[in-house]
Design a binder for this molecule. Sequence first.
Ligand code: EMZ
Length: 385
Amino acid sequence: MSESEFPDAFAQARKYIGVEKMDDQNDPVQMVLRFQDVRKCAHNWKSFQSGAEPGRIVVPSEVAIRSIRQIPFEVDPPAHKGYRTLVEPWFKRPLKAEYTNKLKHIVDDALDEAFSVPEFDVVTDFALPIQSKALAVLLNTPSKEAETWISWGTHVFRSEGEALDGDKANLLYGYLDSEIERASNEPVDDLYSLLLSAEVNGKKMTREEVKGVMILTFAGGRDTVINAITNIVAYFAEHVEELKKLKGDEPAIKKAVEELVRYFSPLTHMGRVATEDKVVCQHTVKSDTRISLCWASANRDEQVFENPNNVILDRKNNPHVAFGFGVHNCLGSTHARQLLRALIAAMAERVDNIQLLNANINLEQWGSVTRKVGFHQLTACFLGS
Ligand code: EMZ
């Protein structure tokens, strides 16, 4: 299999069963696999809630390492709306030219660095620094903060060989406490200060709520963005002619980003907790048990996507759910899209050739299904100017 090939791991289960049952720390999950079912369940926030015990909708569950609710992600309507409305304009700043320019600089610096060495690891030397520096732009905090975040590695709650790492999580929590303290002593134009001064649903945001938004901002767009960047590099390494065709063509780059995130689906799934007994795709879901909305499977559903296992960069009809669906659709998607567009634009402009030298693929295990989601390590050589 070539490095840029990501098989449809759920094909059989989706076609014949519709769900995949898995255990997760003794709190089982029924993964919902078909596109229409995924969208229906995502839409039905009354029966399938996000506002369960903090950490429980994440798979693997983070209940053991997190007691703080991520906001707005783990809040249900109607309370959800006040939080989402508050943060939405901030998370739309990526549409401004000044913001896009900053992203372009980050990507250009990463390419300069890549061209200057014979080989490097795309995950830790390219994707991770881009993700972290871009996060500093999103928060509007000094870019040197990114150095600290880079030192945490690709995931804030997980470390190699350990599904969940409480010590690592505490690093993030401690860091956020001190940043919240800083911003409350001396407010500036950053996300912390905005949140600390905000009122939601008629009440001032508590520090715990501010921390909840910040944890989401740090955790939600980390491994997902890193996987997206690395997988895109792997893809264009093996399809460099397609990359060159995108040069200077903004509308084509936009379509390409949508298709690549559909194909790679950097976030495999997200859970919900049933508030009542339900039947999904002829399977019983008991009250207070978990389902997950499997974006990765829905995005390969042959009922919806023609030739779902082919990357068709100018795919016409592409209602993918890589950024989720419904009221909880990805808050960071504007930022992620702008970053990936900037990355592809710069690569199309400057890269002549990419050689992949060595790969260690990242396989996830969900019940009986093994899914390739990205790379632990991808050594590459970039040629260009
Ligand atoms: C949660 C999640 C959000 C979770 C959109 O995804 O991302 C995961 O990587 C985190 O571990 O806590 O933020």
